[in-house]
Design a protein around this ligand. Structure first.
Ligand code: ACM
Ligand code: ZN
Length: 483
């Protein structure tokens, strides 16, 4: 019996079979297998699904579909008791670097539901494109959703989601028990917004939407009061569109080159008794967190956005950066009681080649023992700097997301048997016309060569200005803080 994700408990009788057509009985009862769990009994009485919630019934149906996939007309008598390992089982799609139409997103959501994934993290804004329509600031999409080219290729990239489209996706997700988390990345990765409204940057210079990649110094000014008001208004409008509990505010890779010289930022640091620019980010983020907490939202931040150590309020850490500092931040926040979402760069980042991140590595990842008690779940992000179309998108996502889904749902870990279950799931992907990667564990040498090729191309698409800004920031910080 092959099932993706693997259920927690299973008894099978291979002697007896139930033949179609059969009756399906749905029962809501108390104390079955938790809020997302279910029991699925297939016997002479037909199919009986018991769960505490409609969500549990929904997951049981996904399992039933997988059994039908495997056994076609005759289902074995089976009893399955099932519930997830983690409450948070996610996938992130970056729709800024490249824009993906609604029908592609819906297809992905359909497949996520079959994998019992319950969180769609929607990265809607970044340097290279602002993708959500807001009434209060029309230039965000008029200007911010368009870029003339990418690293000199002469090809326009544009697009944004209207409010109706956003609501359509939210409803589509609700039907599949998936929560949508919008991400408005602050204060860095904000260049598209500043191309539209340069008055909220430190130097207030006119800039274009990002046409190359890397870490940009064009970030929001955290000194001026107007910046705070601008962000509150954006968050108000976005929050109205997304009814979920969570709101992602990014916080990653905010390069503070201009903050170091900005009179407004420096005045804010002095007036508020802050130690440095990292604390200014923490101060700014705390204001945003308080604003969203008041609306009942829990905020999420990437771990490198929490270096200041002074963010207040209800906030969750997303652990992507695995270097020493990133790890220390995650451990410290976890020790202080904050919850953690696991998205390690070297194992879960789906945009990297299989030579660097083979399927086996994604499947076998183990969270750092120092934070495991605080982990609420796993999420695989897909950044799309180098993903221009759906074909490439599916190649990068599948089959690695299937591995994450199984590890997020099941307490058992067995890579070899996972491969047999994956065979079964590939039939489902075929039905969706998904061309998944069929060599997800390449041999060492071809894998390394493909990875090298990827990085050479990726590096050629980094904006030179961003590289210089990183260097300059390092020097300035060294001069100012002597470290
Ligand atoms: C990130 O990869 N910048 C979160
Ligand atoms: Zn400033």
């Amino acid at each position: 019996m092959k099932l993706i994700p693997l259920p927690q408990a299973l008894t099978v009788s291979n002697k007896d079979f139930l033949t179609k057509p059969y009756i399906i009985n749905n029962i809501i009862a108390e104390k079955v297998a938790g809020p997302e769990g279910y029991r699925l009994d297939i016997g002479s009485q037909g199919v009986v699904i018991t769960a505490e919630t409609p969500r549990g019934l929904f997951y049981a149906k996904q399992t039933l579909t997988q059994l039908e996939e495997e056994y076609a007309e005759q289902l074995p008598f089976v009893s399955i008791t099932d519930f997830p390992r983690y409450a948070y089982r996610g996938f992130m799609l970056d729709c800024s670097r490249h824009f993906f139409p609604i029908d592609i997103i819906k297809k992905q959501l359909d497949i996520m539901a079959t994998l019992k994934l319950n969180t769609f993290h929607w990265h809607l804004t970044d340097d290279q494109g602002w993708r959500i329509q807001l009434d209060g600031f029309p230039r965000l999409t008029e200007i911010g959703s368009k870029r003339a080219q990418t690293a000199g290729d002469g090809k326009k990239v544009e697009g944004f989601y209207t409010k109706d489209e956003i609501s359509d996706i939210v409803a589509y997700c609700a039907d599949r028990f998936i929560e949508v988390i919008p991400e408005i990345d602050l204060p860095g990765h904000f260049k598209a917004a500043l191309a539209a409204y340069p008055q909220f940057s430190c130097n207030q210079l006119e800039i274009t939407v990002g046409e190359g990649f890397g870490i940009s110094p064009d970030i929001l000014c955290a000194g001026k009061e107007e910046s705070y008001e601008f962000c509150y208004s954006i968050l108000d409008e976005v929050a109205e569109l997304f009814p979920g509990r969570y709101f992602h505010l990014g916080g990653d890779e905010a390069l503070k080159l201009y903050w170091l010289d900005c009179p407004d930022c420096q005045k804010r640091i002095a007036d508020c008794g802050l130690k440095n620019e990292e604390e200014l980010q923490g101060y700014f983020m705390s204001k945003m967190v308080a604003h969203l907490n008041e609306k009942g939202k829990t905020v999420i931040n990437w771990n490198d956005g929490m270096l200041g150590g002074n963010i207040k309020g209800d906030i969750i850490v997303q652990y992507w950066k695995e270097n020493k500092i990133g790890r220390e931040v995650a451990i410290k926040e976890a020790k202080n009681g904050r919850k953690v979402i696991i998205s390690p760069f070297f194992s879960y980042y789906l945009d990297y080649p299989y030579g660097m991140t083979p399927l086996k590595k994604t499947y076998n990842y183990e969270a750092d023992g120092a934070i495991t008690d605080q982990v609420i779940g796993l999420e695989a992000p897909l950044w799309t700097e180098h993903i221009e179309d759906a074909e490439k998108l599916w190649q990068q996502i599948y089959p690695r997301l299937v591995a994450l889904a199984e590890r997020a749902w099941s307490n058992k870990k067995d890579y070899q048997s996972f491969l047999t279950r994956l065979d079964n799931f590939n039939n489902i992907l075929n039905r969706y016309n998904i061309l998944y990667c069929n060599n997800p564990n390449p041999y060492l040498l071809p894998g390394k060569l493909a990875t090298l090729k990827f990085f050479i191309k990726a590096l050629s698409r980094v904006e030179k200005g961003n590289l210089n800004a990183m260097k300059k920031t390092k020097e300035k910080l060294k001069n100012k803080y002597n470290k």
